[in-house]
Every structure is written in structure tokens, then in C-alpha cells.
Write a new protein. Sequence first.
Length: 223
Amino acid sequence: MATEEASSSSPPLHGNPPPLPSTDIAASASSAIDFLTLCHRLKPTNLDEGAPLLAFAFSLVTLNEIGRARKRQARSGTTKRTGWVQRRVKDPESIADHMYRMGIMALISSDIPGVNRDKCIKMAIVHDIAEAIVGDITPYDGISKSEKLRREQEALDHMCKLLGGGSRAQEISELWMDYENNSSPEAKIVKDLDKVEMILQALEYENEQGKDLDEFFQSTAGT
């Protein structure tokens, strides 16, 4: 999960899921790559010109398809959030679902003096984007915080290079690092949204599937 509090409460899940059928893997990768090619054919000649939010959105679509092609996953081509998988939640939200929902929360939230709403929205929809490559790492994976950060930074750098560099790639990288370092008012707001989204999702799963997910609520106490 995105928050360390939620991750730290997740017990290890023994056993690995069965391998994906090779035909499904090939179909998923092929469709992602085809879509990425189409995006580049439609791409403006200069992403710095025109509507900045449109350019930013195109960058995110491109990064999403890069991640999908890299992961070679079947079905939706997205990575499920580890905490829900470990609790055996049926059809759990993906990392992309989580970031999208946080983006909507940032969009509809009340104005806060000194906080840039657009930056919050952008940060919400990129804060876990490196997990498209490295996966949703939790403390139970036996990976240190510094190693997790190194892997995610390397993955993000790779994705931004595939995006072609430039100001949009730099913006995505800076937003991600700002969130990781919790170094701005916007980062603090988005980290709070991360916790709120988690407990709202936990409440939905409790109501819909009869799960006891109180530990996710308790993990946010005092934060």
C-alpha cells in the first residue's frame, strides 16, 4: 500500500499466484504497445506548447502504457494494491484506481490558503506511478526503505526517459520526489488524502465483503 502505516500492518502472504497464460501476456503487451504507438503519433510536436494540463495528461497516459507494457499483466494490466491482496479482498483496487480516486478527492476538496490545487491533483495521480514497474512493495517483502526508494527512483527515471525527457518528465519526477520527501504543503495534503482514500476503501470492503479491516483504520491513528 502507499502509506507506510498500512504497509507495516500487512502480514506476509505465502505462495505465489499461478503464472499467467502466455497468450494473455502477449495480448496484453501487444495492446499496450499498440496504444503507446498511437499516442506518439497523435502527440503534439512540442508538449510545452498548448494547454499545459492536456500535455500533462498525455504524459501520464504515455507513462501508464509504458508501465502496462513492462509489467505484461493480463486483464486490466494494472497492479493490485498489496494490502488488499494479502487480506484476500475480492477484486481489490489497483494502484491506478487508488491514484485516480485521490486525484478526484483533490479536485473536489475545499480550497486551502497557500495550497495549489492543481499541484495536489497532479501529485495525487503520480505519487505511486513507479510501482507500475517495481510493484507495491511492503515491509514484509524484506526490502529496506532506502532500497525501496532506490528502486522506485530508478523506475521513475527510466519511465521519464522513455517519455522523452523535457519539462513534463521533469515535472512528474519533481512531483514524485516532493511527495516522497513530504517537502511542501501540497505533499502533506496529498499524504493525508492517501490515508483517507485507504480507510474509505477499507470501509467499502468491510460493508461489501464482510471483511474485518480495522487495522487499516488503526494504522492512521494520530497521523
